[in-house]
Ligand binder design. Structure first.
Ligand code: UDP
Length: 239
């Protein structure tokens, strides 16, 4: 592999809502969002087609509503709307970087975002627009991780870049357990059997069945997205 050259032609970047938090406890840190957008521009400039699935956990998670006694479906609908809010912030930041973007929502919200029409999304990518997927799959009981995998398959992305706040996949939670060890590579079955925290099991199974690799890496280290895209060793590769 040539140094600095992209290892993939098309990637799906999964950003959790937490990525936009910065040092805030809640909501969107616009400086942090701009910094992420600048890193996305770096990989786009390499000629890579970029689609993003954005989460909503910095604003609302369905599970939180359920814990407070809410109906699961209503709580998940709030979570879905949270992802659209994040998508709008990210779109603005990407445009400030000079990128052309399209916001897609799996929930109909015409004045704000396009519906998901696969051939149209493929056309956007061919035209070098950055596609931002919001509202997950538009249905409750799913996560934006599972939505990321399904959309990645539909648009024929070659890898899922799962940006997190840890350096990769560990044997246990490194924030709690000092003896936790990091895996350089791991296979899908081990992730499922050892219930390692990568993505939820639906998302992992979908990757496994369709042989779609995931690179899990720390978003808070500048340059990591580019490293993942150029095939440099970063984080953990799940395949
Ligand atoms: N959600 C959903 N269906 C989906 C994707 C997301 O109902 O297809 C809801 C769910 O309540 C979830 C919330 O949206 O808790 C935010 O998404 P997620 O937790 O995946 O965001 P992240 O952890 O990536 O920030």
């Amino acid at each position: 592999m040539e140094e600095g050259k992209p290892a993939y032609r098309r990637v799906l970047l999964k950003l959790s809502g937490e990525a936009l938090l910065g040092s805030q406890p809640y909501g969107i840190d616009f400086r942090k969002t701009r910094a992420i957008a600048a890193e996305i521009k770096q990989i786009h400039d390499l000629g890579v087609d970029v689609a993003i699935m954005i989460g909503g956990g910095n604003i609302f998670r369905g599970a939180r509503g359920v814990a407070e006694g809410m109906d699961r479906v209503s709580a998940d609908h709030i979570g879905l709307l949270a992802t659209i809010i994040n998508g709008l912030a990210l779109q603005d930041a990407l445009e400030k970087e000079g990128l052309n973007t399209r916001l897609i929502s799996a929930l109909e919200i015409k004045a704000v975002a396009e519906p998901f029409i696969r051939r149209r999304v493929l056309r956007h990518l061919e035209k070098r627009r950055v596609v931002i997927f919001t509202a997950g799959l538009g249905s409750p009981y799913f996560t934006t991780d599972t939505a990321a995998v399904l959309r990645a398959l539909e648009i024929k992305a070659e890898v899922i870049l799962k940006a997190t706040k840890v350096d990769g996949v560990y044997s246990s939670d490194p924030m709690v357990d000092p003896t936790a060890t990091k895996f350089e590579d791991i296979n899908f079955l081990d992730v499922l059997q050892q219930e390692l925290k990568v993505m939820d099991s639906t998302a992992i199974s979908l990757c496994k069945d369709n042989k779609l690799p995931i690179i899990v890496f720390n978003l808070n280290v500048p340059g990591n997205i580019k490293k993942a895209v150029t095939g440099e060793k970063v984080g953990t590769r799940v395949s």
